[in-house]
Ligand binder design. Sequence first.
Ligand SMILES: Nc1ncnc2c1ncn2[C@@H]1O[C@H](COP(=O)(O)OP(=O)(O)O)[C@@H](O)[C@H]1O
Ligand SMILES: [Mg+2]
Length: 260
Amino acid sequence: MSSSVDFSEMSDDVSQPTSLVIEGLSLNVNGVDILRDISAVLPKRGITTLIGPSGAGKSSLLRCINGLQQGWQGRILLDNQDLQEWPGGWDQLRRHVGLIAQKPCVFPVSIRDNVTFGLTQQQRRHGDLVVEQSLHQAALWDEVKDRLNSPAVTLSLGQQQRLCIARALAVAPQLLLLDEPTASLDPGSKQLIEESMLLLAQQMPILSVTHDLEQSKRIGNYIIFMCEGKLIESGEMKSFFRQPQRLESKEFIRWSVCDC
Ligand SMILES: Nc1ncnc2c1ncn2[C@@H]1O[C@H](COP(=O)(O)OP(=O)(O)O)[C@@H](O)[C@H]1O
Ligand SMILES: [Mg+2]
């Protein structure tokens, strides 16, 4: 098995086109290789989990995909559009690629204004509808529908994380990136976010970093395993856990350590 797999060939729906194509992505910062020749493909729908030890380059990869990290080599295509030539540049790209961090980052405004934050004037005409839909999709609507004008900072951490997801969804992204989205949350919030991700993945591709291999098995369709900036193995989730191809993968599944 090659270290990079075209997931679209493994999808239940073989005709499903790809969403994200990463070709030979390398990132060097101040002489240090952070990403080394990463190639991977994500299908149009479904959850791909990104695993690997701390420092593997997982967050850096997400940051390259949404344009927060620039200066990389290689090619990234989202729905056939080269990110380096994205119409309107990196700021516009970020409207199409939602990135949710581990620590929720809500703005010091109301719950409603957090959701509508990134909307254009045109989209704001349907603001109420967008707010309701996005909060529903993020599994938060029932908890906040009667307090949309309350400050977002009054929400619990788990609710704030779901609000961040709602804010990302409000601008109808083409791809959702999540960086350890449930790592600091209680089990109830974690379950709500996983359920929300499963529903969203029916409509869009999701790439989610996790250290939780059980979560990866529970919600992921595909997996990418990285270590020291390299893609070690990628493929369909069940095969990866049943029959990992690389020794490093076997060890990581068993001990959560990698000696690559
Ligand atoms: N902007 C940066 N400048 C210098 N080093 C960085 C930068 N971003 C990440 N790194 C380094 O790159 C490596 C990968 O980091 P990161 O992508 O955060 O890994 P992970 O998310 O897998 O833990 C780490 O050694 C980190 O210190
Ligand atoms: Mg990280």
